[in-house]
Design a protein. Structure first.
Length: 89
């Protein structure tokens, strides 16, 4: 895991959970203290395609689950519409 602080923003790289050992995922946090708000996302750097499919292989919602764990541990409220992730697991 590699974490960098850029101004009031944070960026981290974390090994991909699924498929394991393939690449790294990026997590970004944008801190907006004036609005008492944190924007965050987790994204895969690499997509895996299996021939002849044109859809990428699912990450089994590992990025979404990672962010939910972080939010729950920090006690942050969720604003907006709840993300459900991929139904193709």
């Amino acid at each position: 895991t590699n974490i960098q602080k850029i101004g009031i923003d944070l960026h981290a790289t974390i090994p991909t959970e699924y498929p394991p050992g393939l690449s790294y995922d990026d997590i970004e946090f944008i801190l907006r203290p004036d609005d008492n708000l944190v924007l965050y996302r987790s994204v895969s750097r690499t997509s895996v395609f299996v021939y002849p499919l044109t859809q990428p292989v699912s990450d089994k919602n590992s990025n979404l689950n990672r962010l939910e764990k972080i939010r729950d541990k920090l006690g942050w409220d969720e604003l907006g519409m709840r993300q459900e992730g991929s139904k193709r697991i």
